[in-house]
Design a protein around this ligand. Structure first.
Ligand code: ATP
Length: 288
C-alpha cells in the first residue's frame, strides 16, 4: 500500500509579532493561505518499526533532522505503532524560503501516516501533535486559509481569498528564521492590521486584501538582503496588485487578478531571480 500526500507551500498575507513571551517564543498573529506549489510525499510500509527517508534534493537532510522524519517518529511514539515507514520526498518548494516547506512536509506525513497505519486520529489531534514539531506545522495540517495565533499553533479557519495568480520569486539566499526574530525590534517595526485583513477575507474583497498585506519581519530581512526590496519594486512596476515578503523571507510574492498581467510579472523576474514560480492560490482546505 502506498499513500500519496500533497504538501503545499503557504504564504503570509499578514504577519505580526506582538511580543516575546517568557518561554522564549514570540506571540504572533499570522494570516496564512496555501498556494499551488507543493512537495509530493509518498509513504509505504516498512517492517521492524524502521523509518527511512529519501529525497533527490541536495538541500534537505535524509535523516532525523528532516521535519518529515520527525513527524513519523512522533506518530510512532504517540500512538505506540510497531510498523515502520519509507518516506519518499519530492521537493518542489524552495528550502529556507519563508514558504513553510519543511512544516508542510511534516504535516503531510502526519496526515499520510494516519491513513497508512490506520490510526484514524482526528485532524485536530494531528494539528496538536504538529505543534510539537514546529510553529507552522499545525496550520499546514489543515491547509486552506487561517489566522494563526499563540506561537502559531492556535488556528482559526478563514474564507479563501478570491481566486488569483501568485508569482513567487526567491533570490539566491537562504534566511534563518531564528536570526531574523533575534534582530527584530518589535516597538520600532511596522505592524499589520490583522483584523482588517480578516474582515477583507470575510468580505471576499481582493482589493481590500491587497491593501492590507503587511509583514513585521520584512524590514529586518530587507536590511540584510536588499534583493528583497528590488524584487518588490520589479513586481510593482510590472503591475502586481500586492507584493509582500512571505514569513521571514526571502521569498517575495505578488498577487495578480488578471491573466494578462501575470506573464509580464513572471517574465520581468525570470532573468533577475533564479527561482520564480507562477501558481494559483489554493486557499481552501483539502484535508479529510
Ligand atoms: P517557515 O516559513 O516555516 O519559516 P521556511 O520555508 O523558511 O519555513 P524550510 O524550507 O521549512 O524553511 O526549511 C528550514 C530548514 O529546515 C532548512 O534549513 C532545512 O535544512 C530544514 N529542513 C528539515 N526538514 C526539511 C524539509 N522536509 N524540507 C525543507 N527543509 C527542511
Amino acid at each position: 500500500m502506498v499513500v500519496l500526500e500533497k504538501a503545499p507551500a503557504k504564504i503570509n498575507l499578514s504577519l505580526d509579532v506582538l511580543h516575546k513571551r517568557t518561554d522564549g517564543y514570540h506571540e504572533v498573529e499570522m494570516v496564512m493561505t496555501t498556494v499551488d506549489l507543493a512537495d509530493r510525499i509518498e509513504l509505504s510500509l516498512l517492517s521492524g518499526g524502521k523509518i527511512k527517508i529519501e529525497s533527490e534534493s541536495r538541500f534537505v537532510p535524509n535523516d532525523e533532522r528532516n521535519l518529515a522524519y520527525r513527524a513519523a517518529q512522533l506518530m510512532q511514539k504517540h500512538f505506540q505503532i510497531k510498523q515502520g515507514v519509507y518516506i519518499f520526498l519530492e521537493k518542489n518548494i524552495p528550502v529556507a524560503a519563508g514558504l513553510a516547506g519543511g512544516s508542510s512536509d511534516a504535516a503531510a506525513v502526519l496526515r499520510g501516516l494516519n491513513k497508512l497505519w490506520n490510526i484514524n486520529a482526528s485532524i485536530d489531534t494531528l494539528a496538536e501533535l504538529g505543534a510539537q514539531i514546529g510553529s507552522d506545522v499545525s496550520f499546514c495540517v489543515y491547509g486552506g486559509t487561517a489566522v494563526a495565533r499563540g506561537r502559531g499553533e492556535k488556528i482559526e479557519e478563514l474564507p479563501a481569498p478570491p481566486p488569483c495568480w501568485v508569482v513567487l520569486a526567491k533570490p539566491a539566499i537562504g534566511v534563518s528564521t531564528q536570526s531574523i526574530y533575534q534582530k527584530l525590534n518589535i516597538q520600532k517595526a511596522e505592524h499589520p492590521d490583522t483584523q482588517a485583513m480578516i474582515d477583507a477575507l470575510h468580505r471576499g474583497s481582493f482589493e481590500d486584501i491587497c491593501a492590507q498585506v503587511s509583514n513585521t519581519l520584512e524590514g529586518v530581512t530587507t536590511k540584510l538582503h536588499p534583493e528583497v526590496d528590488q524584487i518588490k519594486e520589479k513586481m510593482k512596476q510590472a503591475g502586481a496588485e500586492a507584493v509582500l515578503m512571505s514569513g521571514s523571507g526571502p521569498t517575495v510574492f505578488a498577487l495578480v487578478s488578471q491573466d494578462a498581467k501575470v506573464h509580464r510579472i513572471y517574465n520581468s523576474l525570470k532573468g533577475f531571480c533564479p527561482e520564480v514560480y507562477m501558481v494559483r492560490m489554493l486557499g481552501t482546505r483539502e484535508t479529510t
